[in-house]
Write a protein that binds this ligand. Structure first.
Ligand SMILES: *Cc1c(COP(=O)(O)O)cnc(C)c1O
Length: 359
């Protein structure tokens, strides 16, 4: 077996200990006589997995009791439509901050349901920063303010929680959830696909303040109606049972690593090293303004794009995979989520220096 360092943006690398445990429990989970994949989602064994999943997430994120935690399908992209359907509550407007490709998509889908007030945009600067708060437009008649806390493609991350002037704050945390401690009580709704920093694809986490739900119009599909799913413990229909189990294993691994605060310290150290290596080199460049550089997704462009192909194939020869940047940005991107060990970042930095020396 030769596992590589996998810098994919998502689905992304998983802790090896989690994969090994899943392998060990593949044929029989505890004393159930069957694989998790084969269990009824209504049975007593799966009930344990589901309860621990929710309680572990609640404790890792210190989620207050007045928030519902939902485990849905449809991806974070599905939420781009389900959020306006569930949260507009008779209002006709919602505020959005546009800082990259993912907030662009969220805005585009929201426009099918309401008028989008563009609170701020960094599109003219090619999404290389978060616009200064002084210029933000917040319409207090809007139903909520939406932002993407980490732009996975452009590598732009908010370092502070935006001031929403009293509007419920909605955040797409797909690519930085559990990478740093947050105060959930500052949010109306947090959502994330699991395949970046929480497990495999197939589960979408929605954490929502309970007073915001229960106002969706009848046209909202029941399985994407937060109040209906909350009433049914996210089991209005058959959930992605095996994926719940795997996310649960990742959460237990994270607890074993010291939780989110300990993980943040490691993430700071990993990102700082990599940005320092990029900034000190003559070959690599990161276009994002320093205060907004993502700790999770680090894009970098080679001074000569004719070297891109050689870089990628040499990287693979060194066991460093999935470094090709998103087609809309070009260059390279290293995603260094919780599960990427510091040794993987060190190996990447050493390879980059060697490639620069020989090119
Ligand atoms: C990956 C990603 C999405 C889309 O997730 P899907 O599960 O593929 O729908 C949305 N937002 C952000 C920030 C992402 O990184």
């Amino acid at each position: 077996m030769s596992r590589v360092y996998n810098f994919s943006a998502g689905p992304s690398t998983l802790p090896e200990a989690v994969l090994a445990q899943a392998q060990q429990e593949m044929l029989e989970w505890h004393d159930s006589g069957m694989s998790v994949m084969e269990m009824s989602h209504r049975g007593k064994h799966f009930a344990i997995i589901a309860e621990e999943l929710e309680s572990d997430l609640r404790s890792l994120m210190a989620i207050p009791a007045n928030y519902k935690v939902l485990f849905l399908q449809g991806g974070a992209s599905g939420q781009f439509s389900f959020i306006p359907q569930n949260l507009l509550n008779g209002k006709t407007k919602a505020c959005y901050i546009k800082t990259g490709a993912w907030s662009e998509k969220a805005i585009s889908d929201a426009k099918n349901y309401c008028d989008v007030v563009l609170t701020a945009s960094s599109e003219a600067e090619k999404y290389t920063h978060v616009p200064d708060v002084a210029g933000w437009v917040i319409d207090t008649d809007a139903a909520y303010l939406h932002y993407t806390s980490n732009e996975t493609i452009h590598g732009v991350e908010f370092s502070d929680v935006p001031d929403s002037k009293g509007l419920p704050l909605v955040s797409d945390m797909s690519s930085n959830i559990l990478s740093r401690p947050i105060d959930v009580s500052q949010y109306g709704l947090i959502y994330a696909g699991t395949q970046k920093n929480m497990g495999p694809s197939g589960v979408t986490i929605v954490i929502v303040r309970d007073d915001l739900i229960g106002h969706a119009p009848k046209t909202t599909p029941a399985v994407f109606n937060y109040a209906e799913q909350a009433k049914n413990q996210s089991m209005l229909n058959t959930p992605a049972t095996y994926n719940w189990y795997l996310v649960g294993l990742v959460l237990k691994w994270l607890q074993g690593q010291g939780g989110v605060a300990a993980m943040e310290q490691r993430n700071i150290a990993k990102a700082a090293k990599l940005y320092q290596a990029i900034d000190q080199s003559a070959l690599y460049r990161n276009p994002v303004a320093t205060p907004y550089r993502s700790r999770m997704n680090v894009p970098f462009i080679l001074a000569d794009e004719n070297l891109d192909k050689a870089f990628i194939s040499a990287a693979e020869a060194n066991g460093l995979y999935e470094l090709k940047g998103h087609r809309s940005v070009g260059g390279m991107r290293a995603s260094i989520y919780n599960a990427m060990p510091e040794a993987g970042v060190d190996a990447l930095i050493a390879f980059m220096a060697e490639f620069e020396r020989t090119h």
